[in-house]
Design a protein around this ligand. Structure first.
Ligand code: TRP
Length: 312
């Protein structure tokens, strides 16, 4: 049977962190045998709010490619490619722009949110406002039916479906195919930052990167936000909204042991340092092979460039 087509991507605005790993990268590795997979480094989309900073995007393009290979995305199974290298995507975007209205674009909740966060005010680049249209081109050009993304990307898939319907109805052909969103498993959607803030991000300096050294990982884990009211070891503690436990939920495979620890922590008598050390051991074990693979590919950049240059 012919495999369904999967397409997803990342903006190369920084190295990938363990939030990306838990929320999507790990899953992509699991899906790579099941689908005909396309994974795109969305450099053009990243430029929509980085036009004055192209170096950043260029440098991170390689970093993201290294992150992909290091987590086990296998270029013999998956087509990894760079958005700006496919001129047809930009051509298609121009066609789509004629069937999407400005008011529709302004209503996109994710874009609306980003515009506010980035304080664009009157200096909003048009390219940024229309990136959902270019994303619709990315998805439909490859006839993807499965798009694994985070919840914040649901509006982009909705927009894509609308474009597919309009296009097919106006041009009286069923050329375009409607995609479906594939959301992360419950609880694995978004890992908070080590400071307990909702999102891991470079600007907040609260992320653990796949490429971090063992020392840095340990330092970050030991500085993690826990329950601010859990002061003395014998105090009862809260495991909800406690970043260390949130990470353990995501990374610890021994669920029985984890439940026992939570019980103990709730009752009192289990110190933060002990829990953090436990998490550190688990993270180190998971990230070591990834870092080793990364080191290998950093020494074989020619191979990485070959992968990016391969025709899709
Ligand atoms: N907007 C996505 C993000 O910020 C990246 C992206 C670009 C994408 N094109 C895509 C994701 C197509 C899925 C399909 O994460």
């Amino acid at each position: 049977m012919k495999k369904e087509i999967l397409l997803t991507g990342d903006r190369p605005t920084g190295k990938l962190h363990i939030g990306h790993y838990i929320g999507s990268l790990k899953n992509r590795v699991e899906l790579q045998d099941q689908y005909n997979s396309f994974i795109m480094i969305a450099d053009q989309q990243a430029l929509t709010d980085n036009a004055r900073n192209p170096e950043k995007i260029r440098n991170n393009l390689n970093e993201v490619a290294l992150d992909y290979l290091s987590v086990g995305i296998d270029p013999s199974k998956v087509n990894i490619f760079v958005q700006s290298q496919i001129p047809e995507l930009h051509e298609l975007t121009m066609h789509y722009l004629n069937i999407v209205t400005l008011s529709r674009l302004k209503r996109n909740p994710t874009v609306k949110n980003e515009i506010k966060e980035k304080n664009f005010n009157e200096s909003l680049p048009i390219g940024f406002l229309i990136y959902p249209v270019s994303q619709a081109a990315d998805i439909t050009a490859f006839k993807a039916t499965v798009v694994p993304v985070g919840e914040d990307q649901i509006p982009m898939i909705e927009q894509t479906k609308e474009i597919v319907r309009s296009f097919n109805s106006i041009y009286k052909r069923d050329v375009l195919i409607e995609p479906n969103v594939l959301l992360p498993e419950k609880g694995l959607g978004r890992l908070p930052g080590i400071d307990g803030k909702a999102k891991m991000s470079k600007s907040l300096d609260n992320a653990i990167y796949l490429s971090d050294s063992p020392d840095i990982i340990k330092k970050k884990v030991m500085s993690m936000y826990t329950d601010p009211n859990h002061i003395r070891v014998e105090d009862p503690g809260n495991v909800e909204n406690n970043t260390v436990f949130t990470y353990l939920d995501a990374f610890c495979s021994d669920k029985l042991q984890l439940e026992e620890m939570k019980e103990h922590y709730r009752k009192g008598g289990l110190g933060d340092v002990k829990v953090k050390k436990y998490l550190n051991d688990i993270l180190q074990a998971e990230l070591e092979p990834i870092r080793n693979k990364r080191n290998y590919y950093e020494k074989h950049l020619d191979f990485v460039f070959e992968v990016l240059k391969k025709e899709v």
